[in-house]
Design a protein around this ligand. Structure first.
Ligand SMILES: [Zn+2]
Length: 587
């Protein structure tokens, strides 16, 4: 659902951002701005700031920032739409939401909660669940753990659940679309399986995973289908309250499967999570990043596991989450260690981590013979994607140095080998460029001043066209500003949502919060505008001059045309100089 910008504007207009944020953070006025201790990272001196006029917040410590809506999303762990709903209610603004949808959603959650309770009860007490109980016991899992995770048992009878729920007065139509049944006969999806309730970040049961107890029943693991409340790509399996534990520890452990999460929990490790039977997705990493700054990965030691770990490392590093990898002995997984060696041994295992660089390097060494020149080059190439994914240049340089030493080659040659690869990837996608690599160009400086002071954009677009800007990042801001302008969108939220790069959003928030563009913005913008226009005119004049030379003896008509244009450009340039000179004495 897309909420129109005028509704968002109405909400932010009616609400006092200072008052709303103060419900979560103690704010104090200092130097014309509001400061507080950041709720998103631990700190002793305030680096969290709020700009109530622009409805932005930004933390100079952890670089988190956004609109009032994002603030509520983060604090209350809500989706964007839910945050808007919450704030709309506060502001007394009506939004046209499909009432039916949210009622249905609640009913869906209620159904899953009840079915989960039923499955759990059956696991604990039903005679038919004996093999399930034996299996869990054999895997070393104690009933306390079963209870924490509300593990369940789904009976083998295909019609039982449907009949049971119909007796509880759930309608045919509702059950039919609940994701619990399949086919026209409404056969239960989970039959004769151990059931793992899958929770969302708020601890609500949104889906089930089921493990078959009979090796002849395939697939071994089965998940609920996607639904409005369950998106597989965004969801991870973990204990109830796992995200609070992740936040407390500021780190998470990613493991391969449900049984690994259970094993860790029983060993007293509370912050482990697993993807739902698929590879880890960027969405899952993004969710984790909201709670932690680093993570530990534990995947199988086989070829597939190593590839999965490498992929996940890249996903994490791209989002500036630093990663370590736990190395278990070949052929072992956490559940097995718990089963065969006990909780203490498992707990110890997480101490033997190596950093992600070392992990990549070892993988490369096992593939290539690093004693030969070709092997060395292959190792460097192999680490290329990893090194390029690193968010911090300092870290990258450090690792390049280590790599060079390890291979016994000199630093510069490793770096130039890597750079060659980078340049190729840059032309493919310049959005991957890192801001800190490039610094702030004049164009970027200018357009940021405009983005922070949007009331000037109308004037800017009359003088400067997007193609006048040479910095690709500045062009992206310009395009976003132009889109907002054309659609009459005035909120900061609208502008942010039109910027696709996280780094661009962050930079804008940082510059808004820093106040560096708040002093005499008119001057900054006017100067920038003239400068860009002058540069663009001069560029045209230069290309005109070479065209003039070419046309001189051959094409009199064309020559006349070009001379006319040159005269126009000269006049324009002259008048630009005049503006600048005229305005100077007034300073
Ligand atoms: Zn912070």
């Amino acid at each position: 659902m897309r909420i129109p910008d005028h509704i968002l504007a109405q909400i932010t207009d009616r609400l006092d951002m200072q008052a709303v944020v103060s419900e979560y953070v103690h704010l104090e006025k200092k130097g014309g701005r509001l400061w507080g201790l950041c709720p998103f990272h631990t700190e002793k001196t305030p680096s969290f700031t709020v700009d109530p006029d622009k409805s932005f917040f930004y933390c100079f410590g952890c670089q988190k920032g956004g609109s009032l809506f994002t603030f509520i999303m983060e604090m209350e762990k809500l989706s964007f739409v839910e945050a808007v709903q919450l704030l709309a209610e506060k502001a007394g603004v009506q939004i046209e939401v499909e009432e039916g949808d949210s009622r249905r959603r609640r009913a869906h959650l209620e159904l899953y909660r009840r079915v989960s309770g039923t499955f759990h009860h059956l696991l604990l007490h039903h005679a038919e669940a004996q093999p399930a109980r034996s299996y869990l016991e054999r895997r070393g899992l104690i009933p306390d753990t079963w209870k924490t995770f509300a593990l369940g048992y789904a009976p083998a009878d295909r019609g039982w659940l449907y009949k049971f729920l119909r007796e509880k007065k759930f309608s045919d139509e509702f059950l039919g679309s609940s994701g619990l049944f399949s086919g026209r006969e409404q056969a239960a999806l989970f039959r004769g399986r151990i059931v793992f309730p899958i929770l969302n970040h708020r601890g609500e049961v949104v889906a089930f995973g089921g493990r078959s107890l009979d090796s002849s029943v395939q697939p071994k693991y089965l998940n609920s289908p996607e639904s409005p409340v369950f998106r597989k790509r965004e969801t991870l399996y973990g204990a109830p309250g796992v995200y609070q534990d992740v936040r407390r520890e500021q780190s998470f452990i990613l493991v391969e499967g449900y049984m690994d999460v259970l094993a860790f929990w029983q060993a007293g490790v509370r912050n482990s999570l697993a993807p739902l039977g698929t590879a880890v997705t960027p969405e899952q990493i993004r969710r984790l990043k909201r709670y932690a700054s680093r993570g530990t990965l534990l995947f199988d030691a086989d070829e597939a596991g190593i590839r999965a770990a490498e992929r996940t490392i890249l996903l994490c590093e791209q989002q500036d989450l630093s990663t370590e990898v736990i190395r278990l002995q070949r052929g072992k997984d956490p559940a097995e260690i718990l089963e065969k060696e006990g909780a203490e041994a498992l707990k110890k295992a997480i101490d033997s981590t190596i950093n992600s660089f070392r992990f990549y390097l070892d993988a490369a060494y096992s593939k290539f013979d690093s004693r030969t020149p070709d092997g060395k080059r292959a190792v460097i190439r192999y680490l290329g994607s990893y090194l390029k994914s690193l968010d911090s240049q300092v870290k990258r340089e450090g690792y390049i140095r280590l790599l060079a030493e390890d291979l016994g080659v000199d630093f510069e040659s490793v770096r130039s080998d890597l750079l060659r690869g980078t340049e190729r990837s840059r032309t493919r996608d310049d959005s991957q460029d890192r801001l800190e690599d490039q610094g702030i160009s004049a164009d970027l400086f200018f357009i940021l001043a405009v983005a922070v002071n949007r009331e000037y954009f109308q004037e800017v677009r009359n003088t400067v066209a997007v193609d006048d800007l040479e910095d690709a990042r500045a062009r992206k801001y310009f395009v976003a500003l132009e889109e907002c302008y054309r659609l009459g969108e005035t909120t900061g939220q609208a502008l942010l949502s039109r910027l696709e790069d996280e780094s661009l959003r962050q930079l804008l928030l940082e510059k808004t919060a820093s106040g560096e563009y708040a002093v005499n913005p008119e001057r900054l913008i006017r100067d920038g505008m003239l400068e860009i226009r002058r540069r663009s005119l001069e560029k045209r004049r230069r290309s005109l001059e070479s065209a003039l030379i070419r046309a001189k003896d051959q094409d009199p008509a064309r020559l006349k045309e070009l001379l006319g244009e040159k005269m126009y450009l000269d006049e324009e340039l002259q008048s630009l100089r005049k503006v600048v000179v005229d305005e100077r004495p007034s300073e």
